[in-house]
Design a protein around this ligand. Structure first.
Ligand SMILES: Cc1cc2nc3c(=O)[nH]c(=O)nc-3n(C[C@H](O)[C@H](O)[C@H](O)COP(=O)(O)OP(=O)(O)OC[C@H]3O[C@@H](n4cnc5c(N)ncnc54)[C@H](O)[C@@H]3O)c2cc1C
Length: 264
């Protein structure tokens, strides 16, 4: 978790909105305080309209930090995300953050970082890649989607793709793509996997990494309300040390958790 003292709720100006696919755009916010405190994997909770509806904020991963600017990658899936994507440059929104846990890049030693993402799960990977590259890590991006049109990789390097229909790259899902190369990669050096995407994908990935004794952090999804541990809207079950299950609030102990905690 970020230090609670570094969490701020500020009115930020939209500096730019750039479409990268028919349903996905990158929105740049002028957010100096959040940009300064953000770590890869953190998210922000945004009130997308000053109107009463939608009442609740919407959570978005921090896609990139550039000086005082913060980028988020937004996929329009409903009312809130459509409103946000359509806001004009110069509009302002309330932004609460940085929230949640971050990817553990200081933990167990590794030479190669394998960034695995599916669909809009690619959102946190650019910020993560930048920080890992600055630490001299070798980066491999494995990106999955249903078909070629669903693949998102803005700014990412060394990308390999997997599509369910085989329209680009490996035919199959991104976990199978990793499975086909992980044993060889492990022989070359120590690896750590960092992942974000649909929860079933992350569970399959957790099983693969466990079987290959490879460290893995996953950023989980859930419906979220307040983002600060009050509403209990984002409770999910994870493994407890006694082998049973325990409930965590994803906004507090997540969204990034050690994949070992996923009940696999
Ligand atoms: C920690 C976290 C980080 C996220 N990062 C991003 C991001 O970087 N980019 C991005 O585009 N989206 C991200 N999401 C998902 C995003 O918050 C939801 O898509 C958004 O809240 C939907 O709002 P809406 O009003 O448009 O949809 P609604 O009209 O509320 O719902 C439309 C559809 O989206 C589903 N939905 C609603 N909330 C979520 C949710 N939290 N996760 C998945 N599906 C949801 C609903 O079940 C429904 O099917 C993130 C979610 C979490 C929890």
């Amino acid at each position: 978790m970020p230090e609670t003292t570094s969490i701020v709720d500020i009115r930020a100006t939209i500096v730019q909105t750039r479409s990268i696919s028919p349903t996905v755009c990158i929105i740049t916010l002028d957010c100096p305080a959040i940009a300064a405190a953000a770590k890869p994997g953190n998210f922000v909770n945004i009130k997308v309209s000053d109107a009463t509806l939608p009442l609740l904020r919407r959570p978005f991963s921090i896609h990139n930090v550039r000086g005082s600017l913060l980028d988020i990658m937004v996929k329009s899936v409903g009312h809130g995300t459509s409103l946000l994507s359509d806001l004009a440059t110069g509009s302002t929104v309330l932004v609460l953050g940085p929230l949640g846990t971050s990817f553990d890049i200081a933990g167990r030693e590794f030479d190669t970082a394998i960034l695995v993402s599916g669909g809009i799960g690619t959102a946190p990977m650019l910020f993560l890649e930048k920080i890992l590259a600055a630490k001299g890590k070798k980066i491999i991006n494995l990106i999955g989607g249903r078909s070629k049109e669903d693949l998102l990789a803005p700014g990412l390097s060394n990308c390999r793709f997997a599509t369910d229909d085989g329209s680009e790259g490996f035919r199959g899902n991104v976990v199978e793509l990793l499975g086909s190369g992980l044993p060889a990669l492990r022989k070359e050096g120590t690896c750590k996997v960092f992942a974000c995407g649909p929860n079933p994908m992350l569970k399959a990935l957790a099983r693969l990494c466990q079987a290959n004794r490879t460290a893995c952090d996953v950023s989980l999804e859930s419906v979220m309300g307040c983002g600060i541990g009050i509403c209990y809207g984002c409770s999910v079950e994870v493994k407890s040390p006694d082998g049973g299950l325990r409930t965590i609030l994803l906004c507090q102990e997540g969204p990034v958790i050690d994949a070992e905690l996923l009940a696999v």
